[in-house]
Ligand binder design. Structure first.
Ligand code: ATP
Ligand code: MN
Ligand code: MN
Length: 303
């Protein structure tokens, strides 16, 4: 995919034959980032984002008004989409997915700002190929508390001899992502992640909570395992966010976690940062071959 989005006042521009209309439309008043810049971002990072988006059922956060408060999730194909965007039905869910960088750009043309994905591909939609532990800090917690939580989650997977990866979300939390061979079904994978969440909450109840209940989350980190059901999604690596600054979800190295600020990664800064990056910290993501062990949280043992 070649970068051909140019600055142009009010005219549409062609981005590798995807017509990007309204390139000057501001999608984030805080930063002034435009739809054209968003298309440009996708052209620059397509080789990074495509492996994670490829054939994966998507949920788009679309912002046709260019205003974050009016964005909405969309999981179905629109009549205007070309063949680059495929659609089918899986277990009662209407899904859409693409196999190409062109398809991703087309989604941008349709005002998709965020790309969220299932933990499985359309090729094998009943068997997850990754799991996500979504760490959601209560508003007043410092980022360092989330870093600590992610490291503890990593520790659990280390003990299970499983390789885990971490990414910023473009928001306040972190996602620990674990690639798995698509063997177990959703119920098994979700049950497993629930056990991880429960184990953490029992080990440090003052810091972690494994239940959705808002009131119980005050001052704590919600270990959100609910991203792991069929039809549930997590923001994709490298996806922009419809948030102030148009931050991006960035895969990072475990050793860099302690000295980074997730707000530093945004659609303007990330491409340059990626070019300078010495090594992709997620380079082994698709070559790691691992499966879930039999896992019981202390709480469920003997019940
Ligand atoms: P943060 O770090 O700020 O928590 P996040 O992306 O993890 O960012 P969450 O609110 O924890 O945000 O949501 C986790 C994931 O759940 C999202 O990335 C998204 O894929 C999915 N999600 C959240 N809300 C919805 C929704 N209303 N409809 C569909 N999917 C959603
Ligand atoms: Mn989260
Ligand atoms: Mn969450």
């Amino acid at each position: 995919v070649e970068a051909v989005v140019s600055k142009s006042r009010g005219r549409s521009v062609r981005a590798s034959s995807v017509n990007i209309t309204h390139p000057d439309r501001v999608i984030d008043p805080t930063s002034g980032v435009t739809k054209g810049e968003l298309a440009q971002y996708h052209q620059q990072v397509s080789e990074w984002i495509l492996p994670y988006a490829d054939k994966r059922p998507l949920a788009l956060v679309r912002c046709p008004q260019g205003n974050a408060s009016q964005c909405f999730f969309q999981k179905q194909k629109l009549p205007g989409f070309s063949d680059e965007i495929e659609a089918t039905k899986v277990a009662g869910h209407d899904i859409l997915f693409t196999r190409s960088a062109r398809g991703l750009l087309e989604l941008v043309q349709f005002n998709a700002v965020e790309l969220h994905g299932w933990g499985a591909t359309a090729a094998d939609p009943d068997r997850p190929d990754w799991l996500v532990i979504d760490l959601d800090p209560d508003t007043h917690l410092p980022f360092s508390a989330v870093v600590e939580a992610a490291q503890e989650v990593r520790g659990i997977f280390d003990e299970l001899k499983m390789t885990s990866f971490v990414k910023t979300t473009g928001g306040k939390g972190l996602h620990v992502v674990v690639p798995i061979l698509p063997k177990a079904d959703w119920e098994t994978v979700k049950g497993f992640t629930q056990s991880v969440a429960t184990a953490l909450a029992q080990h440090a109840p003052a810091r972690y909570v494994a239940t959705m209940t808002k009131a119980k989350r005050v001052g704590k980190i919600f270990v959100d395992y609910l991203r792991n059901g069929q039809g549930a999604t997590a923001v994709l690596p490298y996806s922009p966010r419809a948030r102030p600054g148009v931050t991006v979800a960035m895969p990072v190295a475990w050793r860099d976690l302690t000295h980074l600020d997730p707000r530093d990664f945004d659609v303007r800064s990330a491409p340059g940062w990626l070019r300078k990056r010495r090594k992709d910290p997620w380079a082994d993501f698709f070559s790691v071959r691992q499966t879930l062990p039999d896992f019981d949280a202390p709480a469920t043992q003997g019940r």
